[in-house]
Structure formats: structure tokens, C-alpha cells
Design a protein around this ligand. Structure first.
Ligand SMILES: [Zn+2]
Length: 313
């Protein structure tokens, strides 16, 4: 079994979205508790560093970062979107949470290359896959997975990176950042129609984007079949040197924000299938990032299944 490195930080628990918001600190608390209960896997928990602005700027212009930080209030919450459904908030503790979430991915990248680690999980919030180049949305401000991909390419000379997104929402930010970038293949399976509304099958970028929209009510068996045929087969053909996962657990049947019916055990099968591709093409190197997942019981069970998958030889 492979060891798993976990990057996380207490600062990620201090990001507040107000009462009755699904993206709450308890999500990360149950995940960390669940990870600590896993006795059959060698897990090393490390502190996520603060990302430096120069690294974030690999995926976002400095003006985007300054705009976000300039909106941070001294107390209370500030919404960053103009839309009526606006639910992406900044609180007084947001800056360090955003920097730690992004810094976890940078540290994870260094762990793979410098320390020759094979499996890393970033247990962070806020999530990142909705963050576009210059647009915060969907609880996301900085695209953690995109920054890590660009960092691996720029600092560590990795050429081809595969990103697999099994969060129930389309990663509009990740797609937007890489849609003209042949060096990165992005595959997403997501409920449609659902927020953010993007991710149609015809959105193919430069031939490097693979979208599998699925209808409400899809069960685990169909989800896995579609994931394999439309996403994983294409990532396999791309032969990535490293695989990044946008791991959201909101396709679980208990999740309040979506209507897909995965069982917790399905996350084990899905993760094993990804590990198989990583073992074939990527020297087994995988970094998984926490994205969504809003039912606490589903999160606590699904993360264990994900870790069992990640630890596969
Ligand atoms: Zn989601």
C-alpha cells in the first residue's frame, strides 16, 4: 500500500460563509477526523504553507488577486458576485484560507518531485475548480488545481498533466484556464443542468477538454461507465506525466446540492480506476484536491473510500 501525504491547515477552518451556507468548516473537520480514523494506511499530515502571489499568478493575473484581497472585510461577510444567486463570500479570515488552500497544492507538487512521494491529498477550503482566470464564483477564488498544474510545468518541467474532476459540478474555472492549452487534458463528469451551467459535451477546447454531462438520478453504475468511456479513456490516451484530481463528493446520493446517486463505495472504485492510469503513465503520481461535498456523513464515509483507492499500489 502506498503512503498518503495530506496537506491541510487550521486557517482553512476559519473561512466563514455565515449561517446555513453549505460550504462550512464542519466539512473539513469531519474529513480530518475521518482521515485520522484510518488505521490501515500510512498517512502523514503536513501543514499547508501560504502560497506566494508569484505562484498564484501562474494561473491568475495579479489584479485578480489584489481585487479579491481588497474586498476582504474587517468583520461580517462580503459577496464577490453580482448575480442574484451570489453565495461566494469573503470574511475577515479569508486571505490566509485562500493562500493555504493554494499553498497546499504547491507543497503537494514539490512533494511529488522533490521527495518522490506518489499520493498527496489537499484537505483544504475554500475549493478552487470554479475560479476562472479573473472571476471568483461557486465558493472559489483561486483555482488551486490550475495553479498546481502550472507550477508543476513551470518549476518542475512537467510537460503533460491530466486533470480529472468528479465533483458533481462542472469545473468551469479549470476548463476556462486550460481550454486553449494542449499540454493539459481536463475531464469532468457532472450533473447537467446544474450550476454553473457549463460543461456541455461540445465544449472540447483544443481537443483537450472532455465533458460528460449526466442527468439527475444517475446511479453509481452508470456514473462509472460514463466516467470510464468519456473521461478516463481520453485521459489514458493523453498519457499524462502527473494526474491531478478535483475530488468533490457531492455526487453522493445524500448530497443536498445535487441529484446524483453515488454510494460511498463508488469513490473507492473511481479512485482505483484513476490510480491505474497514473500507474501506467504517470509513475503513480497523483495529487487530489478537496472541492465540494456538502453532506457531512457522506463526506466522512466517502473520504475513507477515496483514501483506500489512493493508497492502492
Ligand atoms: Zn461541487
Amino acid at each position: 500500500m502506498k503512503k498518503i501525504i495530506v496537506y491541510t491547515h487550521q486557517d482553512c477552518l476559519l473561512k466563514d460563509n455565515g449561517p446555513n451556507h453549505p460550504e462550512k468548516k464542519e466539512r473539513l473537520q469531519v474529513i480530518l477526523k475521518s482521515i485520522q480514523d484510518i488505521s490501515c494506511i500510512d498517512i502523514e499530515i503536513k501543514k499547508a504553507p501560504l502560497a506566494v502571489v508569484d505562484d498564484i499568478c501562474l494561473a491568475h493575473p495579479v489584479t485578480h488577486i489584489h481585487n479579491i484581497f481588497s474586498l476582504i472585510p474587517n468583520f461580517g461577510l462580503v459577496g464577490v458576485e453580482k448575480e442574484s444567486y451570489a453565495d461566494t463570500f469573503l470574511c475577515s479570515n479569508s486571505k490566509n484560507a485562500i493562500l493555504r488552500s493554494c499553498g497546499a497544492g504547491i507543497a503537494a507538487a514539490n512533494s511529488l518531485i522533490i521527495d518522490n512521494e506518489k499520493r498527496v491529498f489537499c484537505a483544504v477550503r475554500p475549493p478552487g475548480h470554479h475560479a476562472e482566470t479573473v472571476r471568483a464564483n461557486g465558493f472559489c477564488f483561486v483555482n488551486n488545481v490550475a495553479v498546481a498544474a502550472k507550477y508543476l510545468q513551470k518549476k518542475h518541467k512537467i510537460k503533460k498533466i491530466g486533470i480529472i474532476d468528479f465533483d458533481v459540478h462542472h469545473g468551469n474555472g479549470t476548463q476556462e484556464i486550460f481550454c486553449q492549452d494542449k499540454t493539459v487534458a481536463y475531464g469532468s463528469i457532472h450533473e447537467h443542468p446544474l450550476f454553473p451551467g457549463t460543461g456541455l459535451q461540445k465544449e472540447v477546447g483544443t481537443g483537450n477538454i472532455f465533458n460528460a454531462p449526466i442527468e439527475a438520478g444517475t446511479d453509481g453504475k452508470d456514473f462509472i461507465r460514463i466516467l470510464e468511456n468519456r473521461i478516463l479513456d481520453n485521459i489514458d490516451k493523453f498519457k499524462p506525466e502527473i494526474i491531478l484530481i478535483s475530488a468533490g463528493f457531492d455526487a453522493h446520493k445524500r448530497d443536498p446540492l445535487a441529484n446524483i446517486n453515488l454510494e460511498s463505495e463508488n469513490y473507492n472504485q473511481i479512485t482505483k480506476m484513476i490510480i491505474e492510469i497514473a500507474n501506467t503513465h504517470s509513475q503513480g503520481r497523483v495529487i487530489s484536491f478537496l472541492e465540494g461535498g456538502y453532506d457531512l456523513l457522506a463526506l466522512s464515509k466517502s473520504i475513507k473510500e477515496h483514501f483506500l483507492g489512493l493508497s492502492e499500489n
